[in-house]
Design a binder for this molecule. Structure first.
Ligand SMILES: [Zn+2]
Length: 70
């Protein structure tokens, strides 16, 4: 995926050989779930990521590309 961010607060090291672990249920996560939260204007801003096992929210991400809001 072509993720472009303007600000890079730290160096990102790609480690496709490591599997993330859920900080809540400590299950290894070969995949995580994401969905768009529903906003009051019919569109969500960005995505919410959550664990497929315990469904605890692990974080939010901004829109993957600048979305013109008029
Ligand atoms: Zn979990």
């Amino acid at each position: 995926m072509a993720t472009q961010t303007l600000a890079k607060p730290c160096t990102a090291v790609r480690r496709d050989d490591l599997v993330p672990v859920c900080p809540y249920c400590e299950t290894e996560l070969p995949e995580i779930y994401l969905r768009k939260p529903q906003g009051p204007f019919g569109m969500g801003r960005g995505f919410v990521f959550f664990c497929p096992h315990c469904r605890k929210v692990m974080g939010f991400a901004a829109q993957w590309y600048p979305f013109p809001l008029g």
